[in-house]
Design a protein around this ligand. Structure first.
Ligand SMILES: [Zn+2]
Length: 70
């Protein structure tokens, strides 16, 4: 087996394990504030990406949940 493929598989496995242990990360779109600021004044609305929580479930955790459901 190609060593690069093996390394990629190991990295993916480590990523999923880390994502299971630490499932949440700060939302990129609102910098974790949960607010989507208007560029014109101080108005804001809840961030649509994280639903206003400021937290996002990591992709690795979503994959883990998807596999666990089956
Ligand atoms: Zn957000």
């Amino acid at each position: 087996m190609d060593i690069l493929i093996l390394l990629a598989l190991v990295a993916a496995g480590v990523y999923v394990v880390v994502a299971v242990i630490w499932p949440l990360k700060r939302c990129r779109w609102c910098s974790g504030t949960g607010r989507w600021r208007s560029p014109f004044d101080s108005a804001w609305r809840p961030c649509g990406r994280c639903g206003g929580s400021g937290r996002r479930v990591r992709l690795g955790r979503q994959l883990y949940e998807a596999f666990r459901r089956d």
